[in-house]
Write a protein that binds this ligand. Structure first.
Ligand code: ATR
Length: 279
């Protein structure tokens, strides 16, 4: 659709940004709801991120998303943080207030939980312990949101154990770390298994994990969504576990930003998913 001189503006800052699917995601909603607005990719190099964020109010932007590698810099730059962003130490959504102030939020954990709820109806974090593999930036949102949702315990296993311990200390709560070699033993008590590593992504080897000990009632999810069915999800589905693919986390994390900038609660639909995954 064409936009007018009054169009509401938002976008996504990253470096590089060419691979981002967010413009297509928000563009789909803008079109679908007939909103006079635009959501654009903003290629911002690391040495200019603070300047770029500070410029949002002057440019009349309602706000923006922030992606790799700028989430921590955004955390340091905004005027205010919501409780989740403060806990994460990272911001993925910025909302410009009426007074031009910048509020930093983090909706990655919200996206992760909403994706599980819609992909595995009836799933609850309180169902039992979760086993989370990996301790990078994405793991932080996954672990914190699972605990906030009532998971009785999170087992956190990372190839480099020290990183898992650091994450556990930062987030606090009932997180137990274990050695990489013990990951298959921990499957036995898991109600949820989450891969947050890059293993299984197109061009990367599959995550090395024999699922034999995993209860058949456990839900398995992957934050990797290229391919949608990772080797982990394929193996889990073949043995009868419910699986939830990773693209829904991207779709759902976008909801709060869209609502704040464009004034309408958007819906995650199959049409949206197809549009985002295209090409
Ligand atoms: P982010 O971008 O989310 O911050 P990252 O630093 O790229 O994350 O980390 C990705 C995750 O994949 C990490 O948990 C990493 O483990 P290490 O902390 O040991 O590096 C994990 N990962 C990457 N390659 C891996 C491999 N070959 N085997 C197991 N885990 C791997």
């Amino acid at each position: 659709m064409t936009i007018s001189g009054k169009a509401k503006l938002a976008g996504v800052m990253g470096w590089p940004i060419g691979h981002s699917r967010s413009p297509r995601l928000h563009g789909y909603w803008l079109e679908r709801y007939g909103i006079d607005g635009a959501y654009v990719p903003l290629a911002v190099p690391p040495d200019r991120i603070e300047q770029a964020i500070r410029a949002l109010p002057a440019l009349g932007f309602r706000g923006c998303n922030v992606t790799v590698p700028h989430k921590e810099a955004a955390y340091r730059t905004v005027d205010r943080l919501d409780a989740t962003a403060r806990r994460m130490g990272a911001v993925n959504t910025i909302v410009v207030g009426e007074d031009g102030s910048l509020e930093g939020r983090n909706t990655d954990g919200f996206g992760f939980i909403e994706n599980l709820k819609s992909g595995a109806p009836g799933w609850k974090a309180a169902d039992g312990p979760a086993l989370v593999i990996g301790a990078g930036g994405a793991a932080r949102a996954v672990v914190a949101s699972l605990l906030d949702e009532g998971a009785p315990r999170v087992w956190l296993v990372n190839r480099t154990r020290a990183r898992a311990e650091e994450l556990a200390a930062d987030i606090g709560g009932n997180i137990e770390t274990a050695d990489w070699v013990s990951r298959e033993t921990l499957l036995e008590g898991a109600a949820l298994l989450v891969n947050t590593t890059t293993q299984g992504m197109a061009g990367q080897p599959a995550l090395e994990l024999d699922l034999r000990a995993l209860p058949s009632s456990a839900v398995v999810t992957d934050i990797v969504y290229t391919p949608l069915m990772t080797p982990l999800l394929t193996a889990a589905q073949a043995r009868g576990n419910r699986v939830v693919d990773g693209v829904g986390m991207l779709l759902h994390q976008a909801r709060p930003g869209f609502a704040a900038w464009f004034g309408r609660e958007p819906e995650v639909t199959d049409g949206l998913k197809a549009a985002v995954l295209q090409g």
